[in-house]
Write a protein that binds this ligand. Structure first.
Ligand SMILES: Cc1ncc(COP(=O)(O)O)c(C=O)c1O
Length: 386
């Protein structure tokens, strides 16, 4: 419900909103990073910049070769949509070129006439990294909300921030959008249940940016349905850790997906021969979910542990496939680290600060972790003796 923030809370949240906290959390997913190129041009490059960096395998290319080749809603595309709808327990699905498109279509489809508002975590992709899409496509006010536990929003925080008044000075909240995982962090299922109950009570639509819901389910052992049943719509990316070259699937009820398909056309996302890409997407799910993601999470935790032992600060808990590091305690910059790692064909998002994000995916093998740790250890040792 909309309330004025009590003064003590206002002071607390302004403290929480200190420049460094805000800057790290809001912009560190996409540090304006350059890439230090590896010295040797071999096939064996270990890319920790993002889980979008997976390469289509020969097996995947073979599957694509045999996919249907019709225009738009052909066999392989329909098959992928039906498969993801079934996996999530929703009535229908639509395949689109990107996660940005499926998120923005979902929000637009849930909203009709302004004024209205959308509540989300202040670090969320829909708010920070979709080029202001909510303002542009949906003409909505965004209520970016800071989770006081630093991990995920809680039902009571959402309840205190949503606007439900009919006082016409305000923009009533019509969509709550959650993200799981966000910065690799898990959103607890019991909190989602509470938020879903609140949303239903207040007749607010609940959307999930589930670009990496695959990782959340692989890590917790929960089914996709156990999360999905609490949401009116979910966007699931195929081009992130799951390992397909492109695409995202939006699920919801039949009426919602009909509107979403119309909006996809309006957004310029209508397909032609999409069967090849849809087949690659389904193959990626079948071959990587959940086992390859689980293995990758174990390697992520191993790397995080080793880096911490070397004196690097780990800035957020490591739940799935991301590590946020701060190299300040060991007196090296990310650029220095990146230059050293590039000699071992390891790529990281580099910049001239001391913080960055490392992202693992199923194509990063255990040997890459070993090389990463050895190279990092050697540069830290060298620095100590300079
Ligand atoms: C959480 C999250 N949602 C949505 C997207 C958007 O996906 P796309 O790059 O396919 O537009 C991303 C992209 O990295 C993401 O990390």
């Amino acid at each position: 419900m909309f309330r004025l923030i009590p003064r003590s809370n206002a002071i607390k949240s302004s403290l929480y909103y200190t420049h460094s906290y805000f800057k790290f959390h809001q912009y560190s997913t996409y540090p304006s990073s350059s890439t230090v190129k590896p010295k040797f041009n071999t096939e064996e490059i270990y890319d920790f910049r993002s889980d979008t960096m997976t390469k289509p395998t020969n097996e995947m290319s073979e599957i694509m070769r045999h996919a249907s080749k019709g225009d738009d809603e052909d066999e392989s595309t329909n098959d992928l949509e039906a498969y993801v709808a079934e996996l999530t327990g929703h009535e229908a699905a639509v395949f689109a070129p990107s996660g940005t498109m499926t998120n923005q279509i979902a929000i637009r489809a849930h909203l009709s006439t302004p004024p209205h508002s959308v509540l989300c975590d202040f670090r969320s992709h829909i708010y920070n990294y979709e080029a202001g899409g909510i303002a542009y496509h949906s003409r909505a006010l965004v209520l970016p909300t800071i989770p006081s536990n630093g991990l995920h929003l809680t039902c009571s925080e959402i309840e205190s921030k949503i606007i439900t008044t009919d006082d016409n000075h305000y923009a009533p909240t019509h969509v709550i959008s959650l993200e799981n995982t966000l910065k690799g962090l898990l959103f607890p299922l019991d909190e989602i249940q509470k938020i879903s109950k609140l949303a239903k009570k207040e007749r607010i639509k609940l959307h999930l940016d589930g670009a990496r819901l695959w990782n959340a389910c692989a890590e917790t052992g929960s089914s996709l349905q156990s999360f999905a049943k609490h949401f009116d719509s979910i966007s699931l990316c195929l081009s992130k850790s799951i390992g397909a070259p492109i695409g995202s699937v939006l699920v919801g009820n039949k009426e919602f997906i009909k509107i979403a398909k119309h909006l996809r056309k309006l957004f310029g996302g209508g397909w032609r021969q999409s069967g090849l890409l849809a087949a690659a997407g389904k193959f990626a799910i079948l071959s990587n979910f959940p086992d390859n993601l689980k293995k990758s999470h174990l390697l992520t935790k191993k790397l995080s542990h080793e880096l911490q032992n070397l004196g690097i600060r780990i800035m957020l808990p490591v739940h799935t496939n991301m590590i946020f590091i701060d190299t300040k305690p060991v007196n090296i910059t990310i650029n220095e680290l990146a230059t050293k790692l590039a000699l071992h064909n390891i790529l990281i998002a580099s910049n001239d600060s001391t913080t960055t994000r490392l992202v693992l995916h199923y194509q990063i093998p255990p040997i890459a972790i070993e090389k990463f740790v050895n190279a990092t250890s050697s540069i830290i040792r060298k620095k100590k003796y300079i």
